[in-house]
Design a protein around this ligand. Structure first.
Ligand code: ZN
Length: 424
């Protein structure tokens, strides 16, 4: 897909009005769909089956006519038609690399490199020695990040995974200033260094880290910053092995800005329709990636988005945090409630030791009861209920019908936070 038309920079795109950008994206989508239909046999087959012609997709709204492509579908397609299931839109000899991720699933190397956090400019990267602990073996993460870091002038230590003792030594001896990996692996390295007798703050030179890829990384980010003086860059970054980077946090730390070289939708898993700002839906992405045009790829991850402009000046919509996998959420009176949301609402109350939400459907109306075990029996029940009612509604966007206190030991330690007892 070549175009000699003027292409605005990604920063310009991120800061234009929503309407202007939509116009740009719609035009890009039209030529992209046309290109994908002509070059990727699986795209043609999918469109033909749905009775949709490329010309029917005039804007992002029209994507709803095309079904969502799931990872399981891709695995099946690859089995039937190896290696890429008909989605590769260039000759295989044009690829620099081919990966295989667990699944198993083959992944062609894409044209687009991994997106670095906005703070990481070529200026910032001067003299930075960065340890990249993402795997370099078969999966794309390590090499993608390596390429992006070298492109802005960082010196990369391709550490990969495993052998913590050696990683500690490398980080120390090379005076590594930056780290890429999971928050839990950085924690393991720090713990190991301390167990080896080092004072991590004094004896190491680690100034910043881009840690991602795990649920609940915020607690560790806070620890790295407060206890060890390590700046956690990029806020959150959200991406998947199939798609690359989908959304990146900014300096204002107020969510993850949608990538501008993709159409990102949030889809109600039950109805298949788009959800509005603040509502929970599955992240579905159409990346403008000419090598492997995965139109409407369903990530299976639930999130929500905010549409108002960010304080940083960018006008792109922002994903809030990833709430979990779509299979874990329970729909109550039209709204999805995910255990991560209810955990978040309840976490503010140390007086609550365990809880469980039970959803039933008496007389054709969803009813959600919050059962609560208290750590401290002396709590003002009415006040707890009123406060919790507010917090729960603001996090989960739906109210529980009533709260019931139960005696200690009623809720099993490993009980599911949300139980759906409805039968239809
Ligand atoms: Zn921002």
């Amino acid at each position: 897909m070549t175009t000699d038309k003027f292409e605005p920079s990604s920063d310009t795109l991120a800061r234009m009005t929503v309407a202007e950008r939509q116009k740009y994206l719609d035009a890009k989508l039209r030529s992209f769909v046309d290109y994908a239909y002509k070059n990727a046999p699986a795209v043609k087959e999918r469109f033909d089956k749905a009775g949709v012609k490329p010309a029917d997709v005039k804007s992002a709204d029209d994507l709803e006519k095309v079904s969502i492509l799931r990872k399981d579908d891709l695995i099946e397609l690859q089995k039937k038609n190896p290696p890429f299931g008909g989605y590769l839109a260039v000759p295989i000899s044009k690829l620099e690399r081919v990966y295989q991720s667990p699944g198993p699933i083959y992944d062609p190397e894409r044209m687009k490199a991994f997106a670095l956090p906005p703070e990481m400019t070529p200026d910032f990267s001067k003299g930075q020695i960065v340890m990249n602990t993402w795997s370099y073996h078969l999966v794309p993460a390590g090499l993608m990040i390596d390429k992006a870091l070298r492109s802005i002038g960082c010196t990369v230590v391709p550490a990969g995974t495993g052998n913590t003792d050696n990683q500690v030594q490398i980080m120390h001896d090379l005076k590594v200033s930056g780290f890429y990996g999971t928050p839990s692996f950085l924690k393991i390295i720090i713990d190991k260094a301390e167990a080896m007798g080092y004072d991590f703050r004094k004896d190491f030179n680690l100034k910043w880290a881009v840690v991602m890829g795990e649920m609940g990384g915020d607690v560790l980010r806070k620890l790295f910053t407060e206890k060890y003086g390590i700046s956690c860059l990029g806020g959150d970054t959200y991406g998947t092995a199939d798609l690359g980077t989908v959304a990146v946090g900014c300096e204002k730390r107020s969510g993850m800005h949608f990538a501008i070289d993709a159409i990102i939708e949030l889809i109600d898993p039950a109805t298949g329709k788009r959800v509005g700002a603040g509502e929970v839906g599955e992240v579905v992405v159409t990346p403008f990636e000419e090598v492997y045009p995965l139109i409407r790829f369903g990530t299976g991850d639930l999130s929500s988005y905010v549409s108002d402009p960010c304080e940083c000046g960018r006008t792109t919509y922002r994903l809030t945090k990833i709430l979990g996998r779509s299979g874990d959420a329970v729909r109550v009176r039209g709204m999805f409630v995910h255990p991560r949301q209810s955990d978040e609402a309840i976490a503010k109350y140390p007086a609550i030791s365990r809880y469980q939400l039970v959803v039933t459907r008496p007389e054709n109306r969803d009813e959600m009861i919050l059962y609560v075990e208290l750590a401290d029996e002396k709590v003002d029940e009415e006040k707890l209920k009123a406060d919790l009612d507010n917090d729960f509604r603001s996090v989960c966007k739906v109210r529980f019908d009533r709260m019931e206190l139960v005696s200690k030991g009623t809720i099993a330690k490993d009980a599911k936070p949300i139980v759906d007892k409805r039968s239809y």
